[in-house]
Design a protein around this ligand. Structure first.
Ligand code: DX5
Ligand code: ZN
Length: 223
């Protein structure tokens, strides 16, 4: 693997009544990114938080990049708002955008790093004309909408295929996996080719965030 591994706790499983403290705690515990799940009860059957909350965290002083995962339709209307709210990466689902190339450019023009997200059943041909413009490919290992779901093993060969395409491109594109990642399966995702690992319930549902992140890093070190 060419890149170092990054761990991205998903705030979806944090205590929203104490969000600033929770984010400080996972950053202190060794998080590399803060994964920020945006759901609209339209593209996915759940509703979470928007740019106002992203901006609040940004102003609070989050010391790592905010990795915004848009599960919304339409996409373009909200991109500039997240850029202004301090997003580092902005990823979206190609099915949710009418003009995928336009959305990628919009994210870049607003100073953020674009990512494309693949649901478990979404084919990788969306990468054919986009990979050279992306900084991140996010592979869903659950169907989007909820934390705490079971990892879908069938996504492992898909991760490997994305890694193959990224290596062939010669570009530094992160390969991120999202859904059901735990201490006991993070190595399998890494072996398949992922270098960036979203974990919501596994981290925020644990008693000791630092110990959980350290156990994940130890599992990754053995790959
Ligand atoms: C699901 C979200 C995930 C979710 C992962 O739609 O995109 O980021 O928070 O949660 P866990 O790690 O609990 O599966
Ligand atoms: Zn996510």
């Amino acid at each position: 693997m060419s890149n170092s591994c990054w761990i991205a706790p998903s705030i979806l499983s944090a205590d929203f009544a104490r969000l600033g403290e929770e984010v400080d705690a996972v950053v202190e515990a060794g998080a590399d990114l803060i994964h920020f799940d945006v759901m609209d009860n339209h593209y996915v059957p759940n509703l979470t938080v928007g740019p106002v909350v992203c901006e609040a965290l940004h102003r609070h002083g989050v010391k790592v990049p905010i990795d915004v995962h848009l599960m919304v339709r339409p996409v373009d209307r909200i991109v500039p708002d997240f850029a202004a709210a301090g997003a580092g990466y902005i990823s979206f689902h190609p099915e949710a955008s009418d003009h995928v190339d336009r959305t990628i450019h919009l994210i870049r023009e607003h100073g953020c790093k674009p990512g494309l997200v693949f649901n478990p059943a979404t084919p990788l041909n969306w990468l054919d004309y986009t990979l050279d413009k992306l900084d991140l490919v996010l592979l869903m290992s659950v169907n989007p909408g909820f934390g705490g779901q079971q990892f879908i093993d069938g996504v492992l060969p898909k991760i490997t295929e994305v890694r193959r395409r990224v290596s062939a491109s010669g570009r530094a594109v992160r390969v991120e996996v999202d859904g059901g990642i735990k201490v006991d399966n993070i190595a399998a995702a890494a072996k398949a080719g992922a270098d960036t690992f979203v974990a919501g319930s596994a981290i925020f549902g644990s008693r000791n965030y630092a110990a959980t992140i350290a156990a994940m890093r130890a599992a990754l070190a053995r790959v």
